[in-house]
Design a protein around this ligand. Structure first.
Ligand SMILES: [Zn+2]
Length: 337
């Protein structure tokens, strides 16, 4: 059994919100039925071409069946977070996206699980939509970005969001987006190859040193892309925490590495040695198969890297392939087996 914790989907008929609201880079799709592709349009501008598996549920199921994936955990594409928009507009787009996610799950309840999206630029609206996603739409949690319009995740304005997430028992999947230093990353796809990893490390440092995880110890947090660069640099982060407490221990006295076995990460690292390090640092019971389906930077054959790890026991593989995902989401495996 395999549960893919990290996959993205877009509603095929998402409204042209740029036209409706009269501003901004809201994404809609310009479909080309002859090639089964669509162009993601940022307002009137072409953004990128995607294939039908990004929105076509039957196509996704066909590919899941071919790849032995029992369940996909669906979340929106970060470019659809719309944190930059007016809060009431991002609230409307989040509702539309979440209703679509819930609809897909209701049609195939044993094959899909959904993580919602919220307008995180306005904490109260974000809490309201998170509560709706969890209580009304039955979602186990939500996906959020690694920053909110340049504000890190320990921003005091997000305090109520974390409190509400803990109260609801909502699992929070943190996905890098709006990458830092874009003015120096115009070449070599570096926002995706360097920026995403650094964004995720910054999110980890903000939540740990910022005291968010101390304050809300029951939060369930998962970082995408194998945790980005923090698992490999945790020794340096701990050392800095110890030698400059005046800079690092301002909101937390807990060593940053002490959280490694309390958070979750996905397995998407594309390298056997890197996954070995993650297993050593975080443990198999905190690492969940994730592929970033259906995008090219993802793992094209879900679980191939885990399969390659010949020294793993069957029990360890079970955790990586599905048990960790279920533990993070707080779901029972008997519903999906
Ligand atoms: Zn992703």
């Amino acid at each position: 059994m395999k549960i893919d914790l990290h996959t993205h989907i877009i509603p095929p008929d998402i409204p042209n919100y740029a036209k409706k609201f009269g501003y901004g880079d809201f994404i809609h799709l310009d479909h080309d039925p002859t090639t089964c592709t669509a162009c993601m349009m940022k307002g009137p501008e072409r953004f990128r071409v995607i294939e039908s598996n990004c929105w076509d549920v039957e196509k996704r199921l066909e590919e899941c069946n071919k790849d032995g994936v029992s369940v996909q955990v669906l979340s929106t594409i970060p470019v659809l977070f719309n944190y930059w928009a007016k809060p009431e507009h991002a609230s409307e787009t989040s509702k539309y996206i979440n209703d679509h996610l819930a609809q897909v799950v209701s049609e195939h309840p044993t094959r899909f699980i959904a993580l919602g999206t919220v307008p995180l630029q306005e904490t109260q609206l974000a809490c309201f939509e998170m509560e709706r996603a969890v209580k009304k739409l039955g979602m186990p949690g939500i996906e959020i970005g690694s920053n909110v319009n340049g504000r890190n995740l320990d921003d005091p304005a997000l305090d109520e969001f974390w409190a509400t997430a803990q109260d609801l028992g909502a699992s929070i999947f943190i996905h890098p987006w709006d990458m830092m230093a874009r003015d120096r990353m115009s070449k070599y796809w570096t926002p995706w190859l360097v920026g995403m990893m650094a964004e995720t490390a910054l999110a980890y440092c903000s939540l740990t040193m910022g005291g968010v995880l101390d304050k809300y110890p029951d939060l369930k947090i998962c970082f995408a892309h194998g945790g980005g660069s923090f698992p490999a640099t945790i020794g340096r982060i701990d050392h800095g925490f110890n030698v400059r407490p005046d800079l690092c221990q301002t909101d937390s006295q807990s060593l940053p590495s002490s959280w490694l076995k309390k958070i979750y990460i996905d397995s998407l690292v594309h390298d056997e040695d890197a996954l070995k390090l993650l297993i050593k640092k975080v443990g198999v019971q905190r690492i969940a198969l994730g592929t970033d389906y259906p995008f090219p930077l993802g793992e094209h054959r879900p679980g191939a890297l885990i399969e390659k790890m010949s020294h793993l026991t069957q029990d360890q593989r079970s955790w990586l392939n599905y048990k960790s995902a279920l533990a993070f989401l707080g779901l029972d495996e008997k519903h999906y087996l």
